[in-house]
Design a protein around this ligand. Sequence first.
Ligand code: PGA
Length: 262
Amino acid sequence: MRKHIVAGNWKMNLAYDEAEELLDALTQKLDEQPLDENTMMIICPSFPYLELAEDYCHVDPDDEENEDTYFMVGAQDVSANDNGAYTGEVSAEMLESMAMDFCIVGHSERRAYFGESDEMIAKKVNKLLEHYISPIVCCGEVLAEREAGKQFDVVRKQITDGLFHLNADEFANIVIAYEPVWAIGTGKTATPEQAQEMHAFIRSLIAEKYGKEVADNCSILYGGSCKPGNAKELFANPDVDGGLIGGASLKADDFMAIATAF
Ligand code: PGA
């Protein structure tokens, strides 16, 4: 069975003490109400807070035998290059050395504001896999593309060009997040039907390329104004395996409500 995943994308938010407060509140709630076995929580803070999140992720940090974690930690981006003269960049090798488990790649904000192409996203995916980090690869259409009925073509191209150079073993480490750009941070959510339709389409692309078993094992998350009030109906769809959560991941109550909405 593929896992249910709720990943919190903090984006470029929170001062250090606010990040600490949020992690405090979250771990307290996870103590009171542990997630069910099949649900994985991932926290993706900004680079300077990755170590802080790592400090909070273990249920019992003093007990080396106990590997139980409250959540996994992920970065929000990675360089397409190896270590070297790239001021301001963070490499997959660095993330591996910090025991990072996941990394978001190809978020629509990176595509729109930093000009990331599918080709660059493919390179970043390769770097992460070389360093044993699972990429959470984002795809999704803008409003004009949906209005023109092109959403399936757009997503097919993003998935094909960003991921389909991988072999099946490599692809088994990929998490996909479908995030219609018109729903991100806008308060507009895709309807459960729109989300299910696109998730089923993405799974069918994976099945065509790698076979049904690989497709059935791939977690496909929905992102875009997912909140406590709509998470349940989104997650109730057979091909929606959880969410990549922006705004609502900054409030412990809201994020917990979403993480327990399966
Ligand atoms: P949002 O962001 O939940 O604030 O819409 C989701 C995302 O961009 O990952």
